[in-house]
Design a binder for this molecule. Structure first.
Ligand code: PRX
Length: 702
């Protein structure tokens, strides 16, 4: 049960399931006049400029925000659908656009402000000039010591410290393709990504602060190298930053000839300058691995020109970033939000971007707001999970601080209208505009959101497609679900856009199958209109053209706004020798939205024990990371299965979430359902919930 404070300060109790069910049409909120007065995008003509008849040329407006070495000759090349090419013939360097070009006007302005978790350590401001120096030195090290050149891949496993964007920008300066693995992922998860991307260099750090403790991070690199080796891939060099230069904090020894301290090596490149390498607009800029419906994460490959143009344009128009703003996105750079809206978009616009090392509620509920107050943050960007967490930790806490946001963002999961209202009233003090931005790792940048100065906000709804994006909802029969019908369907994007990924690294077929197969109208057509992009999200379209995102329709669980594949977690469980079968389902969680819950069957002759449960938890944490830690692990005698032997996760999900299990008469073993139910819920029947929309759909494809 969550206690929520509403507008009128009435406290009432509500469950998420009730919210989802009673989540009707909400009243509109209008952007404050003060915000409109200073906004980047106030001309309603934008809708015409970015209308379908002006597609694809409308996106030149975003490309023109960048500095090109050579202008493109073709805005969109559709010759090889769905492998769209953007700004073909153009050349540019991403690092130049995010750093060098700002020196003339902004060299003494902070590019990054890095806030260490220990409150006794003061924030560190890095000016554009200083960023230029550091990125050049790191680029020199990568080129001249590590031997990297354009097109090579590098895996970066770093936490939220300045070293991360500096390393990314150094790669971009050389045209080296970076693959950042979220710092919270385990060494094993990192190793499989190292092998898949073919990275010969892995960049890590000895440790960092989290929740008041120094985490030993180097351990992950050693495991990653070993896991990659098992997959037949050799890592030549491990470059190790140190949280405190000169002092090594890890218990894991440095391996001679393989591991090198970056701070030591950098001394050899002091003051060195490296010319930015002029890259083709279509050259890959980075890979970002994400979960899908199979056990193997997909390496989403993002391009140079289209990606940077798209994140710059949307940072300007949707995030309303000006060079004068202090912008704080609390996401981790290890996820796509951090790439696009902490590093590349804000820096391309010469903003000041804040990076915080640690936990938002450490050491207490006021930490986030103290940081915002101290740095005079005026744009704040976070996820519903963080908002729920901050609200729970201190419902009145934001009122105690002198914080004034002009603009706030929510991203990553649906936000309950009541949580939205707390964000608006208490955090934003009714002075800030809110954008609810819907998009995915694959997309590069926002797909649906209100335009902050032009469109009213509707709690719980992402809003219309952003400029140049034309979403549509199709049903399973490929029919369009009309606006205002009250029916849910699969949200698709009818057109290509510059931020869409190029392909899945090393797996072009999977790219076509996952995103285009379902709704392609004609495989032989070179007309983009025949190739809608299938997002794997359920959605509803209101009569006013606002989309409400309901959640994933595939086997992906959205934990705290982060994607985890059920199959990835199941295969981690199966590495425990005692386990014969495993099924993972989403459980509703008050703070994190969804969390995995695990069902396991033991090998014949074995008895359930806490030891086995602990082994499964450990396996999941080791193979994926703590982020995938299950809410509960149930050892059951058998799994509900169809007559053809298919595991019915839908039934288990219904039991976990106290929902109706539906028709089970066609199962091969219907009696097992009651046995499992009793094990999980107890002997007495429980009150059933209707359950949120995504859970009603969960497993429906099985
Ligand atoms: O289900 C949608 C949900 O997050 C998924 C994408 O996750 P990921 O690739 O990790 O990227 C997250 C940040 C861009 C989507 O398929 N999602 C994302 N934004 C929203 C959302 N659900 C509802 N509302 C949103 N604003």
């Amino acid at each position: 049960m969550a206690k929520t404070v509403e507008d009128r300060n009435v406290v009432r109790e509500t469950t998420e399931a009730q919210i989802a069910v009673h989540w009707g049409e909400e009243e509109l909120y209008h952007p404050p006049a003060k915000f409109i007065g200073q906004a980047n995008l106030t001309d309603p003509d934008v809708n015409k400029r970015f209308s379908e008849e002006n597609f694809p040329d409308c996106f030149q407006e975003y490309a023109e925000m960048l500095t090109w070495d050579k202008h493109w000759h073709t805005t969109l090349d559709t010759n090889e659908p769905p492998f769209w090419k953007w700004f073909v013939g153009g050349k540019l360097n991403v690092c130049y656009n995010c750093v060098d070009r700002h020196l003339a006007k902004y060299k003494n302005k902070a590019a990054l402000i890095c806030v260490p978790e220990p409150e006794g350590e003061a924030p560190i401001a890095i000016t554009y000039q200083e960023l230029f120096v550091r990125v050049n030195e790191m680029a020199a090290l990568l080129r001249d010591f590590a031997g990297l050149k354009a097109g090579d891949r590098v895996t970066i496993h770093l936490p939220m410290l300045a070293e991360l964007p500096i390393t990314m920008l150094a790669c971009a300066r050389l045209g080296v393709i970076h693959s950042v693995v979220f710092g919270g992922f385990s060494g094993e998860a990192c190793g499989t990504r190292v092998a898949d991307s073919g990275s010969r260099v892995l960049i890590t750090i000895d440790g960092y602060y989290r929740n008041g403790k120094m985490v030993d991070h180097k351990a992950g690199a050693d495991i990653a190298v070993a896991v990659a080796a098992q997959e037949g891939h050799t890592v030549d060099k491990v470059l190790v930053w140190r949280r405190h230069p000169g002092q090594y904090a890890s218990a894991w020894p440095m391996i001679e000839g393989r591991d090198f301290f970056v701070d030591e090596k950098l001394k050899e490149f002091s003051g060195k300058r490296v010319d930015p390498v002029s890259m083709d607009a279509e050259a890959p800029l980075f890979l970002m691995y994400t979960s899908g419906s199979t056990g193997k994460p997909k390496g989403c490959q993002h391009r140079t020109g289209g990606y940077l143009a798209y994140v710059t344009g949307t940072s300007k128009y949707i995030q309303d970033i000006h060079p004068e703003d202090v912008y704080w996105c609390m996401a981790d750079i290890g996820w796509i939000t951090g790439h696009s809206y902490i590093v590349y978009g804000p820096l391309a616009l010469a903003a000041t971007s804040v990076i915080y090392e640690g936990v938002p509620t450490y050491p207490d509920a006021g930490r986030t707001w103290r940081i915002a107050e101290r740095l005079a943050v005026n744009i704040f960007h976070t996820s519903p999970t963080a908002i729920r967490m901050l609200r729970k930790a201190g419902v009145d806490e934001p009122t105690k601080y002198d914080i004034h946001f002009k603009h706030m963002t929510t991203v990553g999961e649906p936000i309950e209208p009541e949580v939205w209202r707390w964000y608006y009233n208490t955090v934003g003090k009714r002075q800030a505009v809110i954008v609810d931005t819907w998009w995915q790792t694959e997309n590069g940048g926002f797909l649906c959101s209100t335009k902050p100065a032009l469109d009213p906000m509707k709690p719980g709804s992402a809003g219309p497609g952003v400029p140049g994006i034309f979403p549509v909802i199709y049903d399973e029969m490929r029919q369009e679900v009309p606006a205002g019908s009250g029916k849910a369907g699969n949200i698709c994007i009818r057109n290509p856009w510059p931020g869409i990924m190029q392909t899945i690294w090393n797996d072009h077929k999977r790219f076509v199958d996952v995103y285009y197969d379902k709704y392609c109208k004609n495989r032989n057509s070179k007309d983009w209109r025949d190739w809608p992009y299938f997002a794997s999200d359920g959605a509803m379209l209101a009569a006013d053209g606002y989309f409400r995102i309901l959640g994933r329709v595939d086997d992906v669980i959205n934990v705290a706004g982060h994607r985890l594949g059920t199959k990835e977690i199941e295969s981690a469980c199966l590495t425990v020798p005692e386990i014969a079968e495993a099924a993972v389902v989403p459980a509703v969680d008050e703070i994190k939205g969804r969390v995995p819950e695990v069902y396991i069957c033991l090998r014949p002759g074995l008895k359930p024990s806490q030891e086995i449960v602990d082994k499964v938890t450990k396996a999941i944490e080791t193979i994926i990371g703590k982020i995938a830690r299950p809410k509960a692990i149930h050892i059951v005698p058998d799994m509900p299965k169809t007559r053809s032997g298919k595991l019915m996760r839908r039934v288990l999900s219904a039991i976990t979430n106290r929902m109706n299990t539906g028709d089970i008469t066609t199962l091969a073993n219907p009696d097992i359902v009651e046995q499992v139910r009793e094990l999980v819920q107890g002997k007495e029947p429980v009150v059933l919930q209707e359950g949120p929309e995504d859970l009603k759909q969960f497993g429906s494809q099985e």
